[in-house]
Design a protein around this ligand. Sequence first.
Ligand code: 5GW
Ligand code: MN
Length: 343
Amino acid sequence: MLPSKQYVIGATLMMVLLIIVSICLYNPERMSQFKQKTGWLQNVNDCSQKLDDKSTELAHCERNLLMNDLNGRKASLNAVTSWLAPIIWDGIYNLKTLNEQHKDTRIGLFVFAVKKYIRFLGPFLETAEHFFMVGHNVTYYVFTDNVNNVVKPKMGEGRNLQLHEVSADKRWQDVSMRRMEILTAITKERMANEIDYLVCADVDMVFNDHMGVEILGDRFATMHPAYFLDEPQGFSYERRPISAAYIPYGEGDFYYMAALYGGKVEEIYKLSTACHNGIKEDQKKNIEAVWQEESHLNRYLVYNKPTKVLSPEYIWDTDLPNGELIKRKRFLAVHKNHEEVRN
Ligand code: 5GW
Ligand code: MN
């Protein structure tokens, strides 16, 4: 039996309607990039959820597809951790809404620059003026052994610089570990009254793209860009049980880099106290964790999980592979001659 005339007309109308809706839904330019990457629409069922914000959907789809290319799901490329903390990637947040929520938030940026590392401070602060928390209330807390040698950048409204003198340790291992000691003191005494959130950063870095209030949370840390596609058993955690930074195999989620982390002032006080105590315990035993303070930071974050995790967009190094996965390179390592700056 042939289908009835009404049925044919109805089906044709439905098809025309579907075609028009599809054309409207997809921005043709991004769609064609999408098709090129996917070799058509494999995996489309995972991705076709109609979200309000198309770019969010596309960013999510692209990451999913990249994950397939990488032979398996990578926890690091998701937008949420297994304990339901957001992983911050470009496209998952609405900055306008977040800026509104944080319009009265006071933010500190803690940075340590002693000995030869003082040379990194100028570019660090200058680029921070362009990209770090623009439009918000920012205080830089700079610790240096040469206050008189610091060139102050031209600073925007609502932004100020505090210079603090600190003595320089002779051994480089002590320099990097000293940061935890100072953090403990300053989060307890001064910062509690001055700021709401603190961001701690290495100085041998430059801001290269937007870094704003989307990173803020009670406790946040950044995936190390060299390990974000590795399995936890390959992470360079401290594996000797004798160290206070010990993390057994089978534990741990990400390998975090000590070049960018932060949180509420009282949370950073707890974090730095725990790390500093761990460092002191190890010193009593005459041992030192494999990556010094970074090992202790990782140990703390295994058992006190971050409430937000920053993707490698927030620490990148242009020498690393897989840069095509990282759309925005917001905070870049400055290439340095290790021998020269450490002597
Ligand atoms: C010096 C020699 C070896 C290791 C660290 C230092 C050092 C570190 C220093 O002489 N002065 C100094 O201010 N630092 C601070 O510690 C900087 O803020 C620096 O960014 C941070 C961490 O040390 P980095 O950057 O050498 O560590 P990686 O892991 O980025 O190479
Ligand atoms: Mn560094």
